[in-house]
Structures are given as structure tokens and as C-alpha cells.
Design a binder for this molecule. Structure first.
Ligand code: ADP
Ligand code: MG
Length: 325
């Protein structure tokens, strides 16, 4: 993008977009941002890229896209138990449409203000629509909720409800429909796909209790499998316990469970809690979450299916590089 238009675009849409934080010594406008980290903490960093046509539909509402671009990064901070601080934005645009940029930056700004995360820099280029956001948060290193901490006997929990975003995606791609679904149900699914809620507060509350955590971006079966692999343990989950929204309960149980287990984009948290902390955890920590399984010594992921029978799960969550997805 030409230098002048790049500067005015940044000035118009991205400078002073978000709340200003005391720990930003120098924000947007120089070669680098200058940032300070509180004593005793380290910086948790994560980057995600959303490409038009692959991670979102090119005609998606830009306000929702602004929200989601930041929400996926915030979800990674939540899964680590980190407190959001700053983000950078690399934006590749085919053109600079004012209504699109206004709506996109509003979606971004609303969520950023909600979680007190400040935009401190970025890069703007011309090309096929692509959004990369790098988020930064604070964490005491010894407290971080890593994937490798699950212990045999720990209880497995998930937050919110699962499968809603997956239902929206399948509806949108016309891969599936169900006549029992009302317009409100479908609207709710699309809302879950386009405007995920990062579970930042829950992530912070888990610091005292959880032995491991991950956010569910690809599907419970594949994301839980990451915890199992890193922690060198196995698990059994009870499919009848998977939390389903009232909209997802309107479809067949088999299909709903399949979506809840294997579809991605929900951005809920999956975490493990030692059994002896269960009572204290459940009585202290607010939020919507449910125990769905238990960590075991036997490797692999097993499920008690809705008929009470044991199944093995091979992990068919979304895999960008698998040949059949
Ligand atoms: P440089 O040439 O030093 O890389 P740029 O011209 O790319 O600087 O950017 C100028 C300033 O604007 C920098 O501080 C950069 O971080 C910021 N910036 C560029 N694009 C964005 C964006 N999309 N969002 C936020 N800040 C941006
Ligand atoms: Mg640059």
C-alpha cells in the first residue's frame, strides 16, 4: 500500500482505537512499541492468522470478523491463564473500503476495551484479505496453565457448550440441516461461530486449581488429545455429559454429540482439576463449566457413549493438513 495511504489508514482506523494502558511506554507510530512487564511476570505470546476463504467467508460481516480475529488470540491467553495486555495487527487488504474498515475496527475495539488489551502496532499491506493478530499477556511463569500438567485421577472439565460453532459451519456449507431447528436456533449457532467469547475470567480463576488447560479451537477430541499427549496420560470422557446448548438439543442426540466432540471453533476451555480440589473449585469459581471425564494411566482417549458403551476415539477434530478435511 502506498506510504501516504497506509499512514492515513492507520491514523484513521487504528490509532487510539483501544483503551490506553500505563504499561505502554510508546504505542503505535514509531519503529517499535516500548512496553513494560510487571515484576515477577513473564509475557505470554500467541499469534493467529485468519485467511479469507479458509478461516472465514469473504462476505462475513466485518464487525464480527474484527471481533473474532482478536477473540481467538484472547482465547489462547485464557487457556494459559494469562492476563491480556497488548496486541499487534498485521492486516493484508485487497483495497481500503471505508465502511469495511470502520466496521472491522469497531468489532476489534469493542472486544479490546472489554478485556483491556491495547493495540500497540502492526503492519498494513495490500493483497488477499488476511488478518494476523499477535496477543501478549502477563503470567507468573510457575502458575501458567500448560498442556503437560494433567495427572492420573484429575477430572476433565469443559466450559460453556460445545458443537454450536460446528453446527453453524455445517449449515453454512450446506453439509447438513435439520428441520427441527428454528430460525432462532440457527441464528444462535451463527452467533457462536462468528462471535466467540474468550473465557478470560475463567482462565484467571483456574490458576489456583487447574493442572492443565487448552482452548477448544479444533474440537474437544483433538484438543484434549494434545493435553493427553503432552502429559503422557490417557482419558475417558462420558459423552452423555457433554454440555449442549438448548439449540443443539433440538437435533438428534447422535449428531449433537458428534458435533460437540469433533467440531471446532467453539473457543471454550478444556481443563483438568485434581479430584481433591473438585469441591472447593466448584464452590468457589463462578462460570459455566461441567465435568465430562477423568484422566487415566492407560494412554489414548476413550468415551462412554450415550448408550453407556465404551468407544475408542481416534480424534477426528479438524486438521488443516489431513488429506480428508
Ligand atoms: P515500519 O515501516 O517501521 O515497519 P510502518 O509504516 O509499517 O512502520 O508502520 C508505522 C507505524 O504504524 C508502526 O508503529 C506500526 O506498528 C503501526 N502500524 C502499521 N500498521 C498497523 C496496523 N494495521 N495496526 C496498528 N498499527 C499499525
Ligand atoms: Mg511495517
Amino acid at each position: 500500500m502506498s506510504t501516504q495511504s497506509e499512514f492515513s489508514l492507520i491514523e484513521t482506523y487504528f490509532t487510539d482505537l483501544t483503551a490506553s494502558r500505563d504499561d505502554v511506554y510508546l504505542g503505535i507510530g514509531d519503529d517499535c512499541a516500548l512496553l513494560t512487564c510487571p515484576d515477577g511476570h513473564v509475557v505470554a505470546v500467541s499469534i493467529d492468522t485468519l485467511v479469507a476463504g479458509i478461516h472465514f467467508f469473504a462476505d462475513v460481516d466485518p464487525e464480527s470478523l474484527g471481533h473474532k480475529s482478536l477473540a481467538v488470540g484472547l482465547s489462547d491467553l485464557a487457556a494459559m491463564g494469562a492476563k491480556p495486555a497488548w496486541f499487534t495487527l498485521a492486516l493484508t487488504l485487497p483495497d481500503s473500503s471505508a465502511p469495511w474498515l470502520t466496521a472491522f475496527s469497531q468489532g476489534l475495539a469493542t472486544l479490546a476495551k472489554q478485556y483491556n488489551i491495547q493495540l500497540v502496532g502492526g503492519d498494513t499491506t495490500k493483497g488477499p484479505l488476511t488478518i494476523s493478530i499477535q496477543v501478549h499477556g502477563f503470567i507468573k511463569p510457575e502458575q501458567a496453565l500448560r498442556r503437560d500438567g494433567a495427572q492420573i485421577g484429575d477430572l476433565i472439565y469443559v466450559s460453556g457448550t460445545l458443537g454450536d460453532a460446528g453446527a453453524a459451519l455445517q449449515l453454512k456449507l450446506q453439509q447438513w440441516d435439520d428441520e427441527a431447528l428454528t430460525a432462532e436456533d440457527k441464528h444462535y449457532f451463527y452467533h457462536r461461530l462468528e462471535k466467540p467469547t474468550p473465557r478470560i475470567d475463567l482462565g484467571q480463576s483456574l490458576l489456583e486449581f487447574a493442572t492443565s488447560a487448552i482452548d477448544i479451537s479444533d474440537g474437544l477430541s483433538s484438543d484434549l488429545a494434545h493435553i493427553l499427549k503432552k502429559s503422557d496420560v490417557g482419558a475417558t470422557i462420558d459423552l452423555a455429559k457433554l454440555p449442549l446448548s438448548s439449540s443443539l438439543q433440538n437435533i438428534s442426540k447422535t449428531k449433537a454429540v458428534e458435533l460437540a466432540l469433533n467440531s471446532g471453533d467453539d473457543y471454550e476451555l478444556c481443563f483438568t482439576i485434581p479430584a481433591d480440589k473438585q469441591k472447593l473449585f466448584e464452590s468457589t469459581v463462578d462460570g459455566t463449566y461441567r465435568q465430562v471425564g477423568v484422566i487415566e494411566a492407560e494412554l489414548g482417549l476413550r468415551a462412554i457413549n450415550v448408550d453407556g458403551q465404551m468407544d475408542t476415539i481416534t480424534g477426528s477434530g479438524y486438521d488443516h493438513f489431513s488429506t480428508n478435511s
